[in-house]
Design a protein around this ligand. Structure first.
Ligand SMILES: Nc1ncnc2c1ncn2[C@@H]1O[C@H](COP(=O)(O)OP(=O)(O)OP(=O)(O)O)[C@@H](O)[C@H]1O
Length: 209
């Protein structure tokens, strides 16, 4: 597939914090309909990379090109305790310019969202808050979903539903990039990359690399 059809095209991305290089020239191409993983040890720069890819953090050099809309589910929850679940949904509906909440409701159903729509995030379980985060990142049906350690707090059933959802997205030509310190879901990924020494390398999907 020609690279100009990629949903994500990353070239020579570099980022240092106070002179300490974390990303030293990251390259990545992600075509539509792919589920890709990025693994790396603690401190390897995974969150930094995802924030650069999401446009949250400016790289010192290199380029990031998106081929469509993106959704970003960061490690830290984006939820605000002054707002109820419903208010979060309506806030993001306006921000994304959506006519209705149909897709959000479908996603909540798919993930078996167990909280009340009138609840505030502080009263929800950690896993339910994480589901809401995921719904907010996906409710505009982005071409690319960026996920940072997405399953913290998920029970097994939710974990399996998460992967069913990733399959559904892939089947509709959407792409997903999952960042994790573990490669245990490697069999569910189309490609696996390892972030090491500030660069991305193709990794063995048995997780042995
Ligand atoms: N805002 C910041 N200012 C200075 N240094 C930072 C900042 N953010 C991250 N770092 C440093 O950059 C390096 C990479 O951090 P990053 O959080 O991207 O790694 P990670 O692979 O996501 O780690 P983990 O698996 O522990 O979440 C670390 O050494 C970290 O201390």
């Amino acid at each position: 597939m020609p690279s100009d059809e990629a949903v994500l095209r990353v070239r020579d991305v570099r980022k240092s914090y106070r002179g300490n290089p974390v990303l030293r020239g990251v390259d990545l191409d992600l075509p539509p309909g792919r589920v890709a993983g990025v693994v790396g040890e603690n401190g390897a720069g995974k969150t930094t990379l995802l924030r650069v890819l999401a446009g949250d953090l400016r790289p010192d050099g290199g380029s990031v090109r998106h081929g469509g809309r993106i959704g970003h589910c960061p490690q830290e929850t984006v939820l605000h305790d002054a707002f109820t679940v419903d208010q979060h949904l309506r806030f993001f509906q306006v921000a994304y310019g959506l006519e209705d909440l149909r897709r959000a409701e479908e996603l909540m159903e798919a993930l078996r969202f167990s909280g009340s729509r009138r609840a505030r995030p502080a009263t929800l379980s950690g896993g339910t808050r994480q589901k809401l985060n995921l719904v907010l990142a996906l409710m505009h049906d982005p071409d690319l979903l960026l996920l940072d350690e997405p399953y913290q707090g998920f029970d097994w059933e939710t974990y399996v539903r998460f992967w069913d959802l990733a399959e559904e997205l892939r089947g509709r030509g959407r792409s997903v990039l999952v960042v994790s310190h573990l490669a245990y879901d490697a069999a569910r990924l189309d490609t696996l990359h390892r972030l090491e020494g500030g660069v991305l390398r193709a990794a063995d999907r048995t997780g042995a690399a």
